[in-house]
Structure formats: structure tokens, C-alpha cells
Design a protein around this ligand. Structure first.
Ligand code: C2E
Ligand code: CA
Ligand code: CA
Ligand code: CA
Length: 279
């Protein structure tokens, strides 16, 4: 038993060691990924719940490393965040997203919104609002065509500064969405304290909609509340017709999920969606 304990300990230590080596390797490789052209932005359709029409796209970062292969965002984004690399990578994503949105504007119509994730570190960077304004101007897209997605984690650290930045964005017409809604601690008070335009109901609530009465009740309540506050509601992770019908019936505004389409490269997004917005 004593040996087993020691082995467990050693194994555990080894695991922590492997993990931090892997992290360091990812950080090192990520440093040059942008310059080596290993990063790509994919786009996932956002559709109107009412009629399935294309109303926007979320930009999602992809990294394909020659040796490590496809590294999932949940693996490398936290490392990019901690190392500060997210600031340059994030600006690049923003630029890519706005660039594509500018090309798609005519075909997609005036209400097409491009949604870009901004991490807490990036949001806290001085000059974020200027960067965003410059990007929108450089690509000559209407400011209300860009939506910034943030998570609750951002709001906890520097609520005062974050609120100011959000008001500055609002003043130039760029909207902000609260991502992963329902997964944090006190989403309700945040909705009152910050000028959000949209909530995105986290996919963990959507997943079991058809057989979990409590998740159903929570989603219905979230939609009611958001509508009462004048917020737009996006439901993410919609994978089945049953979920889609339920959410449309409850008057969610926008749906996103594999049922409609996964994130895909811009060329495919053009072929599948931009040329065919009401397919
Ligand atoms: P997120 O912002 O919540 O993005 C939605 C995630 O759900 C994406 O995962 C998307 O591929 C996935 N998804 C969409 N529809 C479905 C569905 O029907 N079922 C399921 N199971 N999943 C679905 P992805 O692309 O792996 O990204 C993971 C997370 O990484 C994102 O979560 C976001 O937090 C972060 N991320 C991705 N791109 C960026 C970026 O450019 N900047 C920053 N700061 N974070 C990013
Ligand atoms: Ca998001
Ligand atoms: Ca989300
Ligand atoms: Ca998430």
C-alpha cells in the first residue's frame, strides 16, 4: 500500500510536469504561429429563430501546427491569454473578421452581424476601443455590424473600467454580447450594471432541453428576462430540430449550432451561406 501511494504520488508529479512542459511547448509554438500562417479564422452561421435566415456569423480561431496538428481553442486560448499573446492574435482575428464582413455585406444585407470573441486580457488593454474603431473604419463596415463577445470573468476584475469601455463601444455603435450566459455566478446583476446588447445562452443549458425540465425552465426564464430587458437572445449549441423548435417557440431571437452549420473556413462560408442566406 505504501508503494502504491508513492507510485501514485510519482505519477501525479509526472503528470503535472508533463502538463507544464506541454503548456510551455504550446506557448513557444504559439509565439510564431501567426507569422508562420498557422492561424485561421473560421465562421459559424447565426440564423434567425423565426425563419432560419442568416443574420450573422461568429468568428472562431483555429490553429493547425505542422507537428502538434489541430490544437483546440480551449487548449491554446487560455495559454495565449496568460502569456499576453492573445493581444496580437486577437487584433488579427478582429481584422480578419471585419475584412470578411466587409466583403459579405452586400450579399448578406444590413442586419448581418459579425461576432468576435474578446478575452479579458485583450479587453483590458489600453486602446481597445481605438483598435476596434480603427478596424471598423479601415474596412468601412457599419459599426453596428460588429458585436464583441465577452464572458462574465471579465466583469469581475475591473468592473469600472470595463463598464467605461463598454459605454465607449456603445457610443460608437459597436455592441457587446454576454457569452456563456448562465455559467457564471451572478449574471443577473451584471445585466443590470453593464450595457449589454445580447446574451448568448450557454450550450450546456441547450443540450438537455428535450429531457431536462429544469434546464427548460431556466432557458425559458432567461429568454423572458432578456426580452423584458430589451436584450437580444442567442441560443448556442443547437443540435436538434426539437431544440430549435422549442427555442423559436419561446422567442429566442437567434440560433447557433451544428444543426445549422459548424464553423467553417471563409471560402466555404461564402459558398454555403453568403450566396445562399435563406437556404
Ligand atoms: P465560445 O465563444 O463559447 O464559442 C462557441 C463554441 O461552441 C465553439 O467552440 C464552437 O465550435 C462550439 N459549437 C458551436 N456549435 C456547437 C454545437 O452545436 N454543439 C457543440 N457541442 N459545440 C458547438 P470552439 O471553436 O472550439 O471554441 C471554443 C472557445 O474558444 C470559444 O467558446 C471561445 O471561448 C474561445 N475562442 C475561440 N476563438 C476565439 C478568439 O478568436 N478569441 C478568443 N478570445 N477566444 C476564442
Ligand atoms: Ca463566443
Ligand atoms: Ca459561448
Ligand atoms: Ca465557451
Amino acid at each position: 500500500a505504501k508503494d502504491a501511494g508513492r507510485n501514485t504520488f510519482r505519477f501525479f508529479n509526472q503528470k503535472i510536469h508533463d502538463d507544464s512542459v506541454a503548456r510551455m511547448e504550446i506557448e513557444r509554438e504559439l509565439r510564431g504561429a501567426l507569422d508562420r500562417g498557422e492561424l485561421q479564422v473560421h465562421f459559424q452561421p447565426l440564423v434567425a429563430a423565426r425563419d432560419g435566415r442568416l443574420v450573422g456569423a461568429e468568428a472562431l480561431l483555429r490553429w493547425t501546427h505542422p507537428v502538434l496538428g489541430r490544437v483546440p481553442p480551449d487548449r491554446f486560448i487560455p495559454i495565449a491569454e496568460q502569456s499576453g499573446l492573445i493581444v496580437s492574435i486577437g487584433s488579427w482575428v478582429l481584422d480578419q473578421a471585419c475584412g470578411h464582413a466587409a466583403c459579405w455585406r452586400e450579399a448578406c444585407g444590413g442586419d448581418f452581424v459579425i461576432a468576435v470573441n474578446v478575452s479579458p486580457r485583450q479587453f483590458a488593454t489600453p486602446g481597445l476601443v481605438d483598435t476596434i474603431r480603427a478596424c471598423v473604419e479601415r474596412h468601412a463596415i457599419p459599426r453596428n455590424q460588429l458585436e464583441i463577445e465577452v464572458t462574465e470573468g471579465l466583469l469581475i476584475r475591473n468592473p469600472g473600467e470595463v463598464r467605461e469601455a463598454m459605454l465607449a463601444l456603445e457610443a460608437i455603435g459597436v455592441t457587446v454580447a454576454l457569452d456563456d450566459f448562465g455559467t457564471g455566478y451572478s449574471s443577473l446583476s451584471y445585466l443590470r450594471a453593464f450595457p449589454f446588447h445580447t446574451i448568448k445562452i450557454d450550450r450546456s443549458f441547450i443540450r438537455d432541453l428535450s429531457d431536462d425540465a429544469e434546464d427548460c425552465a431556466l432557458v425559458v426564464a432567461a429568454i423572458r428576462m432578456a426580452r423584458a430587458l430589451g436584450l437580444r437572445v442567442v441560443a448556442e449549441g443547437v443540435e436538434t430540430e426539437v431544440q430549435s423548435r422549442f427555442l423559436a417557440h419561446q422567442e429566442s431571437d437567434v440560433l447557433q449550432g451544428y444543426l445549422f452549420g459548424p464553423p467553417i473556413p471563409p471560402e466555404d462560408f461564402v459558398a454555403d451561406w453568403v450566396h445562399n442566406p435563406s437556404r
